[in-house]
Design a protein around this ligand. Structure first.
Ligand code: MV4
Length: 502
């Protein structure tokens, strides 16, 4: 096994990888920017090296410096985490040219899946259903008009190089096509230096469900089931769960087989994720893209399958065979993860950097916190403001929701605003509890939670009712528990006293 690994990342994912290394008795090398001298990953690693100024373009993306440190420190492998250099095929080639193992897929697999059009061609070739559409860049408005008419509106224009919704437009009829095409192309050019845009038929109210795949260098390819990731805000996942509320053994098997077909088609190695859009109407599913990295939301799969994906990544990079076969994998219980961000949910999710003056993590049954901060750490403006991923595990979905509610009450982060209050509200939401999830969930949720436009008289009555302790709230539909609308009064009083707030 490797004796020493360099982690080319920061925050919670660097900490996650260091934890796996420690269990494997592998020494760890951290790299850090000038903004991260006191960061948790630096404290956790056996060694740490400064790589440059705070902006990631001058630190975490400087691959030549990172490779140089790996060589100096004697690291035999580099784990890229997610983001930063994790899907950069050129980086992989440079790492391997120095005789260092890259913990991830071969560069050819990254390139094959790197562009949406190329990924679609590979999936079609493999016999996997893709959303009806084209696989070549549009060359003119006339062509776009013809193609769109042949598929029927609504259609989506998508940038081949796209990600995060950039260069993507929904077009509901021909009248909007020309403007949308020009906008998508210029956005794609500006964001990715590539104006290639193609057409897909739009799937109405889709679910975003992805399949975790794993491959080794001995030709074994397996899947570890699905993650439901429909709850997103501005193309950022917010809550993920496993299994999907619409899961059935048949659907999992069908999607799993398709995901494995994609992995095989690109000679995949390591942990990967195949994304699908799933129609709520008939549960038909379509390949969307493949992420050639370990994903943020991997813990929900780990909790339900019992498999440590990072440990397995390291084993596979070393050249070992997968430690399990497809038949060995089973799914037990239900897991839900909330991404805790240093953002103000009551102010349009404005980033809220600053010092974490208080941190109290939930404890007790069925809890997992993948954090990257500690009490006293600074949340910097330079990087993604996700400070922790918080997951619960229970026997079934309703028990998991009850557990998440309880845990979110225990969870306290002081000094900065976080998305914790937002999650407390979602866990009380009827649509969420019923598992009616699609990519429009957050938007509808925000509409539902908007304070209603009411007369002053009605508002006064409501205020009086509130003061008298009346509540119009319906009990939530959860099986086990009663709805919890925030901490109980004794808890609040106790906490306030503790903090000298009273
Ligand atoms: C779609 C779609 C409907 N039909 N493609 C958004 C980001 C990108 N990864 C794919 N996206 C979508 N592609 C077709 N043909 C709807 C979305 C979409 C979406 C997908 C997943 C999660 C959230 C979303 C929010 C809006 C739109």
């Amino acid at each position: 096994m490797f004796k020493k690994i360099l982690i080319a990342n920061r925050g919670e994912i660097a900490c996650r990888v260091i934890r796996a290394c420690r269990e494997l008795k592998i020494a760890t090398v951290a790299v850090y920017s000038e903004a991260d001298g006191d960061a948790l990953h630096v404290r956790m690693a056996d060694e740490a090296f400064l790589i440059g100024p705070p902006p990631s373009s001058e630190s975490y993306l400087r691959w030549e410096k990172i490779i140089d440190i790996a060589k100096r420190a004697g690291a035999e492998a580099i784990h890229p985490g997610y983001g930063f250099l994790s899907e950069n095929a050129e980086f992989v080639r440079q790492v391997e040219a120095e005789g260092i193992k890259f913990i991830g897929p071969p560069p050819e697999a990254m390139e094959g899946m790197g562009g949406k059009m190329s990924a679609r061609r590979i999936a079609i070739e493999a016999g996997v259903p893709v959303v009806p559409g084209t696989t070549e860049a549009l060359t003119s408005f006339e062509e776009a008009k013809e193609v769109a008419a042949s598929f029927g509106y609504p259609i989506m224009l998508k940038a081949s190089a796209g990600g995060g919704g950039k260069g993507m437009r929904l077009v509901v009829d021909e009248g909007d096509l020309q403007n949308a095409l020009e906008a998508a192309q210029s956005e794609a050019q500006a964001s990715f230096g590539d104006n290639a845009v193609y057409i897909e038929k739009a799937v109405v109210r889709p679910r975003h469900i992805e399949i975790q795949v794993f491959s080794d260098t001995h030709g074994n390819h397996v899947h570890l089931g699905e993650r439901e990731c429909s709850i997103q805000r501005r193309h950022q996942k917010v809550i993920e769960e496993c299994p999907s509320p619409i899961n059935s053994p048949e659907l999992r098997q069908k999607m799993g087989e398709c995901a494995v077909m994609v992995a095989k088609a690109v000679n995949y190695v390591g942990a990967g994720t195949v994304e699908f859009l799933v129609s709520d109407l008939d549960r038909s599913f379509y390949f969307l893209e493949m992420n050639t990295r370990l994903q943020v939301e991997h813990p929900v799969t780990e909790l339900v399958t019992g498999i440590d994906l990072v440990r397995e990544q390291i084993r596979v990079a070393w050249g070992g065979k997968l430690s399990f076969t497809q038949e060995d994998i089973s799914w037990e219980g239900h897991s839900i993860e909330c991404r805790v961000y240093a953002e103000d949910p009551d102010n349009n999710f404005l980033p809220s950097p600053g010092k974490i003056t208080r941190l109290r993590l939930p404890q007790g049954p069925g809890i997992r916190d993948d954090g990257g901060v500690y009490e006293g750490s600074e949340v910097s403006i330079y990087y993604d403001p996700m400070i922790s991923k918080f997951a619960v595990y229970a026997r079934d979905r309703l028990e998991a929701i009850d557990r998440m509610r309880r845990a979110l009450q225990e969870y306290e982060i002081g000094g900065i605003k976080t998305t914790l209050p937002f999650f407390r509200r979602i866990m009380e939401d009827e649509e969420f509890i019923e598992g009616k999830l699609d990519t429009g969930f957050i938007e509808r949720f925000n509409e539902r939670k908007k304070p209603p436009e009411i007369s002053e008289e009605a508002r006064d009555m409501a205020l009086i009712a509130a003061a008298l302790g009346y509540s119009g709230a319906k009990p939530a539909a959860s099986g086990a528990g009663q709805p919890i609308s925030g901490p109980s009064r004794w808890a609040l009083a106790g906490r306030a006293a503790l903090h000298n707030r009273i």
